[in-house]
Unconditional design. Structure first.
Length: 173
């Protein structure tokens, strides 16, 4: 009984609540299934693209309500021929607690939420490729922090330069 109480307390300390997770869009293209599925066991080339999006949901009761969408696109090719293409938009509706300042919402939503929902998207991708007649496509873990830094590096650098300039002005004054 005391273990249950401790688990509930820990869950309340997390500054985000995932209200829902869902498939927004799922597409699987298997253009030449009858030919490709009987070919040899040569491994195809994989092209994988990952993206993250977040948008605020206006709500009078919850000012920290957002939708976060993880976009995954994988294409398997042999030469110029596409074996399969799978595209998934996997979303989550989340409520961010007051413990996280407004200026930290953007990185939190595009790093931590994708990290939390990625295992579910990974399973959907694996199941979809199995249902298409292929071995499961098991995506490796993703460093969402590195993706965020890469995608927003210019904005981050500009903000850092602005802070440095402000500090220099303050020091002169």
């Amino acid at each position: 009984m005391s273990e249950e109480k401790e688990q509930n307390i820990e869950a309340q300390d997390i500054p985000v609540t995932i209200l829902a997770q869902y498939v927004r869009d799922l597409s699987f293209e298997n253009p030449s299934a009858s030919d490709t599925l009987r070919d040899g066991k040569e491994l195809p080339e994989m092209d994988l693209n990952i993206g993250m999006d977040a948008r605020k949901i206006e709500d009078t009761k919850d000012q920290g309500l957002y939708e976060v969408v993880l976009n995954v696109r994988a294409e398997a090719k042999k030469g110029d021929e596409a074996l399969f293409i799978v595209e998934l938009q996997y979303g989550a509706t989340v409520s961010v607690g007051d413990e996280i300042p407004e200026e930290s919402h953007h990185p939190f939503l595009l790093i931590e939420i994708p990290r939390l929902i990625f295992p579910f998207a990974r399973q959907i991708i694996a199941d979809t490729t199995i249902n298409g007649g292929y071995p499961p496509l098991l995506l490796n873990p993703i460093d969402f922090h590195a993706l965020y830094m890469q995608r927003f590096s210019e904005e981050i650098d500009a903000a850092r330069d602005g802070v440095k300039a402000d500090l220099k002005e303050d020091a002169k004054a």
